[in-house]
Ligand binder design. Structure first.
Ligand code: KG4
Ligand code: ZN
Length: 333
């Protein structure tokens, strides 16, 4: 079965062609990030305008790269939430118009769930249910208990900043630029992760997360450091990045392992943009090994927003009998 996936939940415009839920024939992603940089974050109006301009072109190149035509597509799978309303509407309207004009079935997909689905792409070895999934992105931080593709229970989440958002805000406080995750990771390489004691406390439940406190702690630390210059300033920035990153990874690993133990589950799947972080990837692999857990991490290119994960999850749910009609709107399915 050939599925065309469409993803426009944030600043990316992505189209992908995936065969039988796993074989990625193409996965084209266009980002409008350079237009948002000077504002220090994504400006929704700019994102949706760029998506409107690029979606046809991106879809055409995804089809071309996959060497298929629209008439070969068996299913249209589109992200319908959560995300930026204007952006989601561009993808949904585009998918609906293809569905109506070409009489191709349509399915709306939950963006957060599609992030952990990224682990199933290009993988021959089967991942066994149930598993725990941790999704850490710019908009979400959630732990799920997944018994099947349509039985997903939220075990914990953040009620304030998302994990990636905290990386972005800390980078902004330090004047490093946007998006913050890759920049903090780079500066952290030269810093000492044990030099400053930060922590991510303040979450509601044992499996919930909170990242607003650590962001404020960084802000106060920077203010107290009172504007050093030259080498000393560089050293402080590197140490803040390393210590912040350490505290965040520490809480993510601890709570994920706790979720596995509490639910007697042996597999952990990661997903979302923050999982592109190399230090985080290594830490999860090592600690899961120590605890006898199997840890699955998507390839770097499918951690960030992309339409292949949307096409793949769409295939699995369609196989289970789910589908959407032309009333599909922004929402969770
Ligand atoms: O999943 P994603 O592409 O978009 C959302 O669904 O939000 O995630 C984007 C987020 C941004 O906040 C970005 O700073 C973060 O992922 N990110 C990282 C890294 N690369 C991207 N965070 C930490 N380390 C990285 N290397
Ligand atoms: Zn995402």
């Amino acid at each position: 079965m050939i599925v065309l996936g469409i993803e426009t939940s944030c600043d990316e415009t992505s189209a992908a062609v995936v065969k039988d839920g796993r074989e990625v024939l193409s996965n084209e992603v266009a980002s409008s990030i350079k237009f948002h940089k000077k504002y220090g974050g994504v400006v929704p109006e700019i994102a949706s305008r760029m998506q409107l301009e690029t979606i046809s072109q991106i879809t055409e190149s995804a089809l071309k790269e996959a060497r298929v035509k629209l008439k070969d597509i068996d299913l249209l799978s589109v992200t319908c939430g959560p995300g930026l309303l204007g952006s989601l509407l561009v993808g949904i309207s585009f998918a609906k118009s293809l569905s109506l004009s070409l009489e191709i079935p349509l399915i709306g997909i939950n963006h957060v769930h599609s992030h952990f689905y990224a682990n199933f792409l290009k993988r021959r070895e089967g991942i066994k249910f149930p598993f725990i999934a941790l999704v850490v992105s710019g908009g979400h931080t959630s732990l799920f208990y997944v018994s099947s593709f349509d039985k997903i229970k939220t075990l914990g989440q953040t009620y304030d900043d998302a994990c990636g958002e905290a990386f972005d805000k800390v980078a902004k406080i330090l004047g490093l630029g946007y998006p913050g995750g890759p920049l903090i990771e780079r500066f952290a390489l030269k810093g000492n992760p044990r030099s400053i004691k930060f922590n991510c406390s303040g979450a509601k439940g044992v499996l919930d997360f909170s990242f607003s406190g650590i962001k404020t702690a960084v802000l106060y630390y920077v203010r107290k450091a009172n504007g050093p210059t030259g080498q000393r300033a560089n050293r402080i920035t590197n140490n803040i990045c390393a210590s912040f990153q350490e505290a965040v990874i520490d809480v993510l690993v601890k709570k994920s392992i706790l979720a596995c133990r509490k639910n007697r589950v042996k597999s952990l799947l990661l997903g979302g943009g923050v999982v592109a972080n190399e230090v985080l990837r290594k830490r999860f692999i090592n600690l899961c090994n120590e605890h006898g857990l199997k840890c699955y991490i998507p390839l770097q290119e499918t951690c960030m927003d992309n339409a292949a994960m949307v096409a793949g999850l769409g295939y699995q749910l369609f196989k289970k009998g789910y589908k959407s009609d032309l009333y599909l709107n922004t929402g969770l399915n």
